[in-house]
Ligand binder design. Structure first.
Ligand code: KQY
Length: 390
């Protein structure tokens, strides 16, 4: 049994490492529910299989799948991918899986957040979510890792860390009244510090326009490495995303990370705007209690929702008009990794993307320096990116 600890990661000297640090592997779940995925989820299953295949070039992948679809998934997924039977209500491993933490001795443990389907009965996306609630625990059992049961609602897509003490979050999501209405901002900060082992929290405002997660940070901004972030960006001032990205840019430029550095901000072009077509919406079986899919609805498309694997970047391909520019930019940001694009519109139609359906397991046995992480004395550096003209 995955032993449940009564302390917090910070008390025990554990912290969440950056996604760009070495991984032991990656976990995913298999899409199935016809009230979220069109055509009985078959186009989405093919897209998930391609994501698993792309990541498996770089690191071991495990996919959890229901008993009903085990054989089908096994047949579609490459042999190198491990397939295990696992119940879930949907397939967003980033949010329902554990967030792994490490210590200076190279030990790995997992944080099991409370989950309420992105808002519970106050704007959440489906009911019930009882099987999703058990996924993190099951993954930790299979991984043989001890578990911290966090006493508050959080999702893996709502946090990004640099592994050196800095956390990025959005006010729209992490302070939303449908997550932890009984907690103040100060208390939420205290809990995030305790469960992620961070010392500095950078608050952004809203997430990507019309993002049904209430603005997960992982669709808006992510770390490329300590001190450097990628931000989804549009130059179109008439687009509602402009104000959001501009505000995030300004907050990032004004912020200092846990080591006192200013951020270098890489602006990634935004796809689209993209909308759900009538045919796509028709393919979803509407069901009471699940967010309906409507033709003409704007999709929260973002290239920032990529996955960083060992030696690779797996990026959603979303729009032939912008894919090439996004890939080229990512190749410049990550010259040390192979950048691979995977067609991802079918994943986007379900409300998220490649980062949302994956969860990395950090490599164990790597000795990491804790002293450097806890340094709180700022060492100012010169601003490295000019502000865009207003
Ligand atoms: O952004 C994510 N991490 C998850 C997206 C979930 C969408 C649910 N329909």
């Amino acid at each position: 049994m995955a032993h449940t600890l009564t302390t917090t990661p910070a008390q025990d000297g554990f912290w969440m490492p950056g996604e760009f640090e070495p991984h032991a592997g990656c976990w995913m779940l298999w899409p199935e529910r016809p009230d979220n995925w069109r055509e009985g989820a078959q186009p989405a299953q093919r897209a998930f299989a391609e994501v698993a295949r792309a990541i498996a070039q770089f690191e071991p992948v495990t996919v959890g799948v229901s008993a009903r679809l085990y054989e089908f998934a096994r047949a579609l997924l490459p042999e190198s991918v491990r397939v295990v039977e696992m119940s879930s209500n949907d397939c967003w491993m980033r949010d329902v899986g554990p967030t792994f933490v490490v210590n200076a001795r190279g030990q790995v443990r997992g944080v099991d957040w409370r989950f309420n389907a992105w808002g519970g009965l106050d704007g959440g996306l489906y009911f019930p979510w009882d099987q999703d609630e058990l996924v993190a625990r099951k993954v930790l059992e299979i991984e043989g890792r001890e578990r911290y049961a966090a006493p508050f609602v959080n999702e893996g897509g709502a946090i990004h860390v640099d592994g050196e003490g800095t956390l990025l979050v959005t006010e729209q999501c992490n302070l939303n009244r449908n997550r932890n209405p009984h907690l103040t901002r100060e208390k939420i900060e205290e809990l995030l510090k305790a469960y992620l082992g961070v010392t500095t929290i950078v608050w952004l405002g809203d997430g990507v326009y019309n993002d049904e997660t209430d603005g997960h940070v992982d669709n808006l901004v992510c770390f490329a490495r300590p001190g450097e972030v990628c931000l989804t960006w549009t130059d179109d001032r008439r687009d509602p995303q402009y104000r959001i990205s501009r505000d995030a840019y300004e907050r990032l430029m004004d912020a200092r990370d846990a080591r006192g550095r200013r951020f270098k901000v890489h602006r990634l072009p935004m796809p689209g705007p993209l909308y759900m077509t009538a045919e796509e919406a028709r393919g979803v079986c509407a069901r009471e209690g699940t967010k309906p899919r409507r033709a003409g609805e704007r999709l929260a498309a973002s290239y920032v929702n990529f996955y960083i694997a060992n030696g690779g970047i797996v990026v959603p391909l979303l729009d032939p008009r912008t894919d090439r520019a996004a890939l080229a930019k990512l190749r410049r940001i990550f010259p040390e990794r192979r950048v691979v694009g995977v067609p991802a519109r079918e994943i986007l139609l379900g409300g998220g993307n490649i980062h949302c359906i994956t969860q990395q397991v950090p490599a164990a046995g790597i000795r990491r320096s804790r002293e450097l992480r806890s340094s709180s004395r700022p060492t100012p550096t010169k601003r490295r990116t000019a502000r865009p003209a207003r």
